[in-house]
Design a protein around this ligand. Structure first.
Ligand SMILES: *Cc1c(COP(=O)(O)O)cnc(C)c1O
Length: 374
């Protein structure tokens, strides 16, 4: 059994994907081919945004977004303590300082109340200038944007929505990648919408941000390729990946997202009476990048992981170390009382196989093995 069975997905889409790739190879427009433009248009339409720019990966997408807000030395950027490293790494790379914020214990996402408290602390300390908020759609569930937006507006801060795991999620029918002043996503193969290599995208409704990010992603170009007006990056999604994503986005919107939700419901039906299963708040929709259980304590989590692995069921711990405790961030002083929940979750979470091609009997088998441990 695979944790995320990309081979099964490929076999289901093989004829279409192979056909798309063959076309790119024949036309030999490997960079900026027609598929790249078509994909950006389809992605923008899917997420109801004015602009989408594809780029090399989800980490670059964050870097491009941070550049739009001029994040640099002396700037505080608020980042959830429970996330993938890149959400915070890119802030440090831009020269800013991460202020780690605790997460909600049932949604795993940024706690909006604690966010406001951390912003007030930074203002009171007068060492750093609050500059932006990075809100992550962890495990496929959008962060609590209705409330986070209120806090952001109160303090005049822009929001970067890190939707690397969130593509396909929704709030009140509005899709992930539409909630940030700039939103970013990743097409890393294991994400809800993945390609066959690295890829990413940024989304915005602001023409100025869009134009700046286009320039930055192409070596800071001005009016043409050799008119370089700023220091930028080489960050592109290649045409083969765009062609693959055109087919995968179609499957994603036609049935994969629906199937992901059906599978999560099946897991829920087997497990929810005896285990803490993922909570999807009312009006929210998840794309189920992960199906993550919360156990009583570290021992129960580790025992469950061992039991599942002994039965051939792969599992993952997302994430084993909170951001504030990573060696890479050891210079940042985070009061432990401010990140209690995230710290506890790193010891109690366990993600089980989740992808749209899981079969009923597999969900039943995995669930039965989980149930055996309580
Ligand atoms: C995967 C991921 C990224 C980075 O995406 P890459 O395409 O791997 O660079 C950023 N943030 C989060 C939350 C992620 O899960």
């Amino acid at each position: 059994m695979e944790f995320i069975d990309l081979g099964r997905q490929y076999r289901a889409l093989k004829r279409k994907i192979d056909g798309r790739i063959a076309k790119v190879l024949e036309r030999a427009q490997f960079i900026n081919g027609d598929e790249v433009r078509e994909l950006a248009e389809n992605l923008a339409a899917y997420c109801s945004r004015k602009y989408c720019l594809t780029c090399a990966n989800g980490t670059d997408a964050l870097t491009l977004a941070l550049r739009c807000f001029d994040v640099g030395k002396g700037d505080a950027v608020f980042v959830p303590d429970l996330t993938f490293f890149a959400s915070a790494e890119t802030v440090a790379l831009a020269g800013g300082t991460c202020v780690f914020v605790d997460v909600d214990e049932r949604t795993f996402n940024l706690d909006a109340e604690k966010l406001e408290k951390r912003i007030q602390q930074v203002i009171a300390e007068k060492k750093l200038k609050p500059k932006a908020i990075v809100a992550v759609d962890l495990f496929g569930l959008p962060a609590n944007f209705p409330v986070i937006r209120k806090v952001a507006d109160k303090y005049g801060l822009p929001i970067i929505e890190d939707a690397a795991q969130g593509f396909g999620g929704s709030i009140d029918g509005k899709r992930a990648c539409s909630f940030g002043d700039i939103s970013t996503t990743s097409f890393f193969p294991a994400k809800p919408l993945g390609c066959y290599g690295d890829g990413g995208a940024v989304f915005t409704d602001c023409e100025d941000y869009y134009k700046l990010m286009v320039s930055l992603a192409f070596h800071g170009k001005g009016s043409h390729k050799y008119d370089n007006v700023r220091i930028g990056y080489n960050s592109r999604l290649d045409t083969v990946q765009a062609a693959i994503l055109l087919e995968k986005l179609k499957a994603f919107s036609d049935y994969e997202l629906t199937d992901r939700n059906k599978i999560a419901k099946k897991y829920d039906s087997y497990l929810k009476d005896r285990f803490t299963t993922p909570l999807i708040p009312e009006h929210f929709g998840s794309s189920w990048a992960q199906y993550t259980l919360i156990l009583e304590d570290e021992k129960e989590r580790d025992d469950l992981q061992k039991h599942l692995n002994e039965n051939g069921i792969p599992t993952m711990i997302y994430y084993p170390i909170p951001m504030h405790a990573l060696k890479a961030f050891e210079g940042i002083d985070t009061p432990l009382g401010e990140v209690e929940v995230a710290t506890r979750l790193t010891k109690t979470v366990l993600s089980v196989p989740m992808h749209p091609y899981l079969k009923d009997e597999e969900i039943e088998f995995i669930s039965s093995k989980v149930l055996e441990t309580r």
